[in-house]
Design a protein around this ligand. Sequence first.
Ligand SMILES: Nc1ncnc2c1ncn2[C@@H]1O[C@H](COP(=O)(O)OP(=O)(O)O)[C@@H](O)[C@H]1O
Ligand SMILES: O=P(O)(O)OC[C@H]1O[C@](O)(COP(=O)(O)O)[C@@H](O)[C@@H]1O
Ligand SMILES: [Mg+2]
Length: 323
Amino acid sequence: MRTIAVLTSGGDSPGMNAAIRAVVRAADAHGIRTMRVASGFAGLVDGDVEPITSREVSGILHLGGTFLGTARSSRFRTTEGRREAQKHLDLAEVDGLVVIGGDGSFRGADALSREGPIRVVGVPGTIDNDLAGTDWTLGFDTAVNTALESIDRIRDTAASHGRLFFIEVMGRHSGWISLYCGLAGGATHVLLPETPTDVRRVREDVQRAFDLGKQFCLVVVAEGDQAGGAFSLADRVVEGLRDVDHRVTALGHIQRGGSPTMRDRVLGSLLGDAAVEALLDGDDRVMVGERKGRLERTPLSRSWTDHEEIPEPLISLMDRLAR
Ligand SMILES: Nc1ncnc2c1ncn2[C@@H]1O[C@H](COP(=O)(O)OP(=O)(O)O)[C@@H](O)[C@H]1O
Ligand SMILES: O=P(O)(O)OC[C@H]1O[C@](O)(COP(=O)(O)O)[C@@H](O)[C@@H]1O
Ligand SMILES: [Mg+2]
């Protein structure tokens, strides 16, 4: 192994920079050259591949987003696009590629490695926490803490006016952000894409809470919830509610930006280093992750097929505490 390349792909997530830095510096420590690929698979298809040194990843550990840029590339979804990508890897004499991204990026990385000589290792970088083989994905902790800051502010104004708030958080296919925001933010109800939405039950819970003297109510809704997000859910829930004033807030992309928490900086550092180790060991098509405090390697294809259900004990904890 003489040269590796690193790229970030899909939705950016806080902690990606820590992982990039760790990849470059761990490779350097082993005497391996690193190439950086700009803008994810799009940059690979276009040949935007340049050498990067340990000095060039100074001062990025604490920054949100991704210093390499990211993209969602439709060309890379085609075999022709992946052939171009492999051509640029060959030209730069790259023999191992670290892909920092989510489930989609890993599907792409898996296909690339099956079709050509390149070996790939994945680092789970997504705020959605929707991958198997790691307890936490890079960026989830920061995104939830960022959303909570806003939820706490909303609670202040909700309590002052005695209002019901519907708060939409990210997660087109994944309810982890919604569940953790609901638990940590003291919501009356959370709605997740993974479970059916019972509008009547939300209405009854909210009505009961106000009838029992609650001063305000927060309902946290994942954007991919069955009802179609917070605005359409709100329209259906408030129809039939007595004496309840309501407002709706969608937190949007502010959840994805900002300086990574300690947990995401440390996780990014650990996993970036572990990815280089995996390539040195001759591994291919694996994702590095951390489970129960231990570093693990999981076949890439299992990372998106075996992803864990939202834990039922946490959903029932929500139910017991929301009263
Ligand atoms: N099935 C696939 N085959 C090949 N490439 C894919 C596939 N799915 C996703 N990709 C590539 O990975 C990129 C990132 O995937 P996406 O789902 O947008 O983000 P994430 O990796 O964060 O889940 C896509 O834009 C595309 O280039
Ligand atoms: O930034 P975009 O393209 O609007 O995507 C929004 C989606 O990206 C995410 O923030 C992160 O998803 P990925 O990490 O899978 O890309 C989702 O929570 C959200 O549904
Ligand atoms: Mg994804």
